[in-house]
Design a protein around this ligand. Sequence first.
Ligand SMILES: [Zn+2]
Length: 334
Amino acid sequence: MNIEMENLFPDILGHESVKNGLLHAIKTGRLHHALLLSGPSGIGKAMLARAMIQTLWCVHSSIETPARCQNCPQCNRVKNNAHPDLIEIQTDTATLKIDAIRELQRKLAFPPYESQRRFVIIHDIHKMQDAAANCLLKTLEEPEPHTTFFLITSQIQRLLPTITSRCQLIRFAPFEHQTVVQFLRQQGQSQEMARQIAALADGSLGAALELANEDYQRELLDTFEGILNTQSTLHAFSIAATLKGKKSLSEHLLALLLTYIRDLIVMKTAPNEPIVLEHYRERMTQRLPHTTCQSLQRAATLIQDIQDAFLGNVNELLAWERLVIGMHGVLYNT
Ligand SMILES: [Zn+2]
């Protein structure tokens, strides 16, 4: 690894080529005015955007020798979200409204407060509806000399091509399974647990940390067991209702269900092969005679359909109801 980069980003794991490319852009003064950071959630996109901004503002930094002390007033203000020339847009709701973009444009009409360059971070840019996207497009098409955008997305396929074509695309690859396992081992997880969590985390350290949290794990496993043991349509509906609005729990639950079904398929077709959910082997063995390869395959397709649907706008409650009832049909052969 490049020593210089290690000093600049000691807290950000992996993504070497992304870090190299951005550092090169800083040193040559060719940082694009709109950077589109794309990749799965929880792999450090926003963290790296913030680190880049610190590097450009740090009092110890210069173009020739970029630095990021993480201790000076500039670095601290970025860390604490307290710099007047750093504008951040984030929404907890399903859509990023045009009002937020208009408000941004009003702010951008004035020069930066105290810096040569101002930064805008927009999280979950894929949540923009077309009106908001077209509004932002005007700003991206006529870039001001002193504003740099960091647009962040985990679902680039939902962006309008007119937006992506105005940006420099920076792709963040998911972490390797082994890297996630090592990371979890460093956090004190057992090898077995680290392996299971990594299988569900899908290359995301953020997801791995969330899944490693005991309370979160309990909620996930309780809901998972609830789905496996649904006794009635009413029960299925009540489970679906508890999941409403819980985005990451829903995603992890779908990943867990898919892993479970895949493990059952492995046990049926290649009994000597290892499975991911070793913990559940005994209970899976009991369930095995009541299922067929075709029905398990159907369940896997059902889960994948819902994973795809969740990427777009979908009625979560109906989707979950359909899934829980479908799973019951597969597992109890009804
Ligand atoms: Zn600093």
